[in-house]
Design a protein around this ligand. Structure first.
Ligand code: GRF
Length: 200
């Protein structure tokens, strides 16, 4: 069975959607562990589904690299086929990216390469654009700069604030993520080939 580790920092609504999809016996992937960089509310979803979890509190480490080493050690215990960042609000240190790419994907609430970084929704609103989007990418050594595996446009509506727009984006992210993980698990998407093509 194709195994997935999901890393979160927040409410984990995207994680829950993936857990619900993976609960279907016909879904070709299983979430085997959930990790967080803090005591994230989303860890409760792992508990609801009886999935093991771990926390590597960023604040306890002297550097991003040391935090990354511990996070990597935890992932090496589970040896997942794929790592999914879904609301992890940390950049992975280069050593960890090098260890896992291209078998690490990230969801982002914007139409990359538009509005990368930690505030994609806020930045789209500030830019006054009529549409933004959701994207699923392979994590590489940059900030939201990896190959795009799936993305979809989402309208910005008059009166949108950051929360309203983000809540409209998240269901699209969840649908894209569930489909991308399915296509990776079945081999329809070859992450190594996509990553190599992007590099040139
Ligand atoms: C998602 O929009 C994700 O793309 C972004 O943070 C949000 C996490 O939401 N990085 P949740 O924790 O899955 O509800």
């Amino acid at each position: 069975m194709f195994t997935v580790a999901v890393l979160i920092s927040g409410t984990g609504s995207n994680l829950r959607a993936l857990l619900e999809a993976a609960a279907d016996p016909d879904y070709p992937a299983r979430v085997v562990v959930v990790g967080a960089d803090r005591d994230a509310d989303g860890l409760a979803h792992a508990e609801d589904f009886g999935i093991p979890s771990f926390t590597v509190p960023y604040a306890r480490f002297a550097s991003r690299e040391e935090w990354g080493d511990e996070l990597g050690a935890q992932l090496d215990v589970w040896k997942p086929d794929l790592v999914v960042l879904s609301g992890l609000m940390r950049l992975l240190p280069a050593g960890l990216v090098d260890r896992w790419t291209p078998r690490v994907v990230n969801t982002h609430p914007a139409y990359l390469p538009e509005f990368p970084g930690a505030h994609g929704v806020r930045d789209a609103l500030a830019a006054g654009v009529a549409q933004t989007g959701a994207s699923v990418i392979i994590v590489d050594s940059g900030v939201d700069s990896g190959p795009i595996l799936a993305q979809e446009r989402i309208p910005v509506l008059p009166g949108d604030d950051e929360h309203a727009l983000h809540e409209r984006i998240k269901p699209v992210e969840r649908r894209l993520l569930i489909d991308v993980v399915r296509r990776i698990a079945t081999g329809e998407v070859d992450l190594a080939a996509v990553s190599a093509a992007h590099a040139h």
